[in-house]
Design a protein around this ligand. Structure first.
Ligand code: MLT
Length: 435
């Protein structure tokens, strides 16, 4: 059988044979070229058909080889490697290299990559001055979005997006400086002096240092929490064409530099439906308050009084594999931090929801946000830092998506069409004659 679909336009009786494009998996992600729909016309001066897809629910905006999600089977792989393997065997910096370069690094490549990222953690002192312009209680995510965009004015060569070496230098800088800017934004918001990067520490350990170092001569991260944060960073590194990755690709498609493109992506992540979801989960768990009240709360969710936060996903129609990993990680973290009482509420809510056909039939399973907030809170991060903790690791994913878009010869500036539903032509009416 031919790899095509045949469309019959019943308005004209004409048939159109359209080729099917395949990716790695013939039954997952196959597509037709939307431009072919424009051939379907009722007359020669007909514009032809568009595909109407609010929120791009069923639209492939690109071909990508970075991350594969299979929502039905609960699969997440970075460059073909299952997230479960990477979370247990790799590190965030190694995963960032994998996502950006397509292959796991050799020891030599990894040492060079680590050296470059480690030695780009410092930010220009003028960036610090820029940050003092924010209101004293500025939300750290707002400060991050603004400051990352400002980096564009410090590294003017970044606009040369066609040059691989220039791209590579900005990629080091952004991955290295996001934790510094994030930690500085937090310290500023609580009136604390900045804790500068410590190049002796790991990527995650240094972030904990810049966040929590007090007056001790040298901050020593708790190894269990350092590893837990690294796993959280691995799980949040990329997620194919999510809202913020789409923003990164869209802004970057105009050949804007990577700093303002990352700022746009972080701005998208700032939204409560994206990076703010784990904060909403924490509020829900606090609202429930006790595992004994979960049954009653679930009844009220089913009655439509509340939305069950941290459950369900645009892609996953099965358990989010990242949530499963975090649920296991919680035990290690709470051994150090003491158990977060909200965990019992979360586990009871999950138990009830997974047994209740109301949720199962709607394929509402826990997603990564359901457990990440509980862990971040237990580790001492304030709720305001939750979207920032998402943006830091996702920077490598955004940059990988951006680089793939910039080097994809099939890509062009993102400029969707529309189905116009407004007024037909009409004449201007002078103000004195308007009703
Ligand atoms: C993400 O990791 O970006 C979130 O799960 C949202 C998504 O993938 O749409």
């Amino acid at each position: 059988m031919p790899d095509t679909v045949t469309i019959i336009d019943n308005r004209t009786g004409k048939q159109y044979e359209i080729p099917i494009l395949y990716g790695t998996y013939p039954t997952y992600g196959a597509a037709i070229q939307a431009a072919k729909l424009r051939d379907i016309k009722v007359s020669d001066d007909d514009f032809g058909l568009l595909s109407y897809d609010p929120g791009f629910v069923n639209t492939a905006s690109c071909k990508s080889s970075i991350t594969h999600l299979d929502g039905e089977r609960g699969i997440l792989r970075y460059r073909g490697y299952p997230i479960e393997d990477l979370a247990t065997k790799s590190s965030y910096l190694e995963v960032a290299y994998l996502i950006l370069h397509g292959e796991l690094p050799t020891r030599e490549q990894f040492e060079e990559w680590t050296w470059w990222v480690t030695h780009h953690t410092i930010i220009h002192e003028n960036v610090k001055k820029f940050m003092t312009g924010f209101h004293y209680d500025a939300h750290p995510m707002g400060a991050l979005v603004g400051t990352v965009a400002a980096l564009s004015t410090f590294y003017r060569e970044a606009g040369n997006i066609g040059d691989q070496e220039t791209r590579g230098k900005q990629i080091y800088r952004l991955i290295a400086k996001m934790p510094t800017i994030a930690a500085f934004a937090y310290r500023y918001s609580i009136g604390m002096p900045y804790a500068y990067p410590d190049n002796d520490l790991s990527y995650s350990g240094n972030f904990l240092n810049m966040m929590f170092k007090m007056t001790e001569p040298k901050y020593e991260p708790n190894p269990v929490l350092e590893r837990a944060l690294d796993v959280l960073f691995i799980l949040h590194a990329d997620h194919e064409q999510n809202c913020s990755a789409n923003a990164m690709r869209s802004v970057g498609s105009s050949q804007a530099d990577p700093y303002v493109s990352v700022s746009a992506a972080a701005a998208a992540l700032y939204g409560p439906l994206h990076g703010g979801a784990n904060e909403a989960v924490l509020r829900m768990l606090r609202e429930i308050g006790d595992k004994g009240r979960v049954t009653d709360y679930v009844k009220r969710v089913k009655a439509g009084e509340f939305r069950l936060m941290g459950f369900g996903h645009r892609v996953y129609k099965n358990y989010d594999p990242r949530a499963r990993i975090l649920k296991e990680l919680a035990a290690d973290v709470f051994e150090v931090t003491g158990k977060n009482p909200l965990l019992d509420v979360a586990l009871e809510l999950e138990r009830i929801a997974l047994e209740d056909d109301f949720f199962v039939s709607r394929k509402l399973y826990p997603n990564v946000d359901f457990y990440s907030g509980i862990l971040y809170q237990a580790m001492g991060f304030p709720v305001s830092m939750f979207p920032v903790l998402f943006a830091i690791p996702r920077t490598s994913g955004w940059l990988a998506q951006w680089q793939e878009m910039v080097t994809d010869k099939e890509q062009k500036i993102a400029r969707p069409r529309q189905v116009y539903t407004g007024a037909d032509e009409r004449s201007y009416v002078p103000i004195e004659r308007r009703k």
